[in-house]
Design a protein around this ligand. Structure first.
Ligand code: PLP
Length: 456
């Protein structure tokens, strides 16, 4: 058998990859012509590929490597835990120390009465948990007709059948029979592309009030929950107008609708607090977590649940769970990640150093002729590419073509910056330094210049 290693030529690895490996969110047929980029190692905020390029990762992997790559402590904790107890489950009145310790730590960090954690292996699984949990909650409260969950168009809440249905991505709904019944999508608070002539704050209110309209249309006795990210990430880092969340909160309170904040991206420091809900002053009943919980070093997610919801759920057997719910190795790694974040005051670094510096540099990109708006929320940012800043016009080419050109330029300039349609987005490791931010911005500007020249 051929042993496949980092030392094989890139083309050979790419050919094997194209022949056998089906990639997520990829036109796999294209991989045989244009092989995948092969990442071989990483440290700090940098990746190294099989050609020896050192690439600044402005996406922290997939929004997850919050403490940066190459932290030996996490590897050591994982090895220790694997030797001591590599696996045991948490079903049927059984538990283990890593799951106990991590649940207790999350309860300590989470705001308000969010003191209860149901573990999953990923954000998608956690959102599937949420669908079942909120419906079961209302059934136990004697209101079994409350099954409808309201979400938003262009939201991303995961890729499983349940979480993909919660999400509002039309491209996903077009495949595989999504959404499942009783999920309803209202419009997103995306002022730049949908706000027209309205002032942003009026637009924010209008979009929030679509929640109230939907509740009234279905009838209050049908609605189980509303789910949203504090700041939409995969939709294009869409920072809502300030008027949006207070109005959503008012409506959820008025109609007693459970509020689920999907903190998979916003959680664990990305907006400068432990949770985006704190930054945006949201009081959720449930929060979805994953990604930054372990800084991506081990797959783990979960739902943080209020005392009120958890106490109702506790009244019956909840027939739900995953083999890897609270996996001991993933839990131990997550706990160590949180320990490092606290010990090294990574939130302080975000608030006092990285986020203010990034904001200044990122917002200056709005002066580039190709950039319509530059938005930032803590350590997540986006820029809209446009042929006309004043009218907020879109490009004549198919949406995403210009964004794709720009992304390819970034790659060529050793920068990972993602595109969502014609919007470029970043979400760098939280530990990034001002000097590294300078390099990131320099490469982003160069890529924008090249993209602009190519369009002329
Ligand atoms: N929720 C949000 C907001 C996400 O951004 C993601 C992934 O990007 C998910 C849920 C799904 O998480 P996972 O990919 O771990 O299943």
């Amino acid at each position: 058998m051929t042993v496949i290693t980092n030392h094989m030529p890139t083309a050979e690895l790419q050919a094997l990859d194209a022949a056998h490996h089906m990639h997520p969110f990829t036109a796999n047929g294209e991989l045989s012509q244009k092989g995948a980029r092969i990442i071989t190692r990483a440290d700090g905020v940098h990746l190294t590929d099989s050609e020896g390029n050192r690439i600044l990762d402005a996406m922290a992997g997939l929004w997850c490597v919050n403490i940066g790559y190459g932290r030996d402590e996490l590897a050591e904790v994982a090895a220790r835990q694997m030797r001591e107890l590599p696996y045991y489950n948490t079903f049927f009145q059984t538990t283990h120390v890593p799951a106990i310790a991590l649940a207790a730590k999350i309860a300590e960090l989470a705001p308000g009465d969010l003191n209860n954690v149901f573990f999953a292996g990923s954000g998608s699984e956690a959102n599937d948990t949420n669908i079942r949990m909120v419906r079961h909650y209302w059934a136990l409260k004697g209101k079994p007709a409350k099954t409808v969950i309201i979400s938003r168009k262009n939201a991303y809440h995961g890729s499983s059948v349940g979480s993909g249905s919660l999400g509002g991505m039309s491209g996903m709904h077009a495949q595989g029979g999504l959404p499942i019944p009783d999920i309803h999508h209202i419009n997103q608070p995306h002022w730049w592309s949908e706000g027209g002539d309205m002032p942003p704050e009026d637009f924010g209110l209008q979009r929030a009030r679509e929640l109230e309209e939907a509740i009234l249309e279905f009838g209050e006795d049908r609605i189980a929950a509303f789910i949203a990210e504090p700041v939409q990430g995969a939709g294009g880092v869409i920072v809502p107008p300030d008027s949006y969340w207070p109005e959503i909160q008012r409506i959820c309170d008025k109609y007693e609708i459970l509020l689920i904040a999907d903190e998979v991206i916003c959680g664990f420091g990305r907006t400068g607090n432990w949770f985006g809900s704190e930054t945006l002053n949201i009081r959720p009943d449930i929060m979805t977590i994953a990604k930054g919980l372990s800084s991506g070093y081990a797959p783990i997610g979960g739902s943080i649940v209020s005392d009120e919801v958890a106490s109702v759920i506790a009244g019956d057997e909840f027939n739900h769970g995953y083999t890897y719910s609270g996996h001991p190795v993933a839990a131990a790694v997550a706990l160590e990640n949180l320990r490092i974040m606290e010990e090294e005051n990574i939130l302080g670094h975000v608030r006092d150093v990285a986020a203010p510096y990034l904001k200044e540099k990122w917002e200056a990109l709005a002066d580039h002729p190709l950039v319509g708006e530059a938005r930032i929320a803590g350590m997540m940012g986006s820029i809209a590419l446009t042929p006309n800043k004043e009218t907020r016009a879109v490009f004549a080419a198919e949406a995403g073509t210009v964004g794709y050109i720009c992304r390819e330029r970034c790659f060529a300039n050793n920068l990972v910056m993602r595109h969502v349609g014609d919007r470029m987005i970043i979400s760098p490791p939280l530990v990034i330094t001002p000097a590294e931010i300078d390099v990131m911005i320099e490469r982003a500007s160069k890529s924008l210049d090249e993209c602009y020249a190519e369009l002329k």
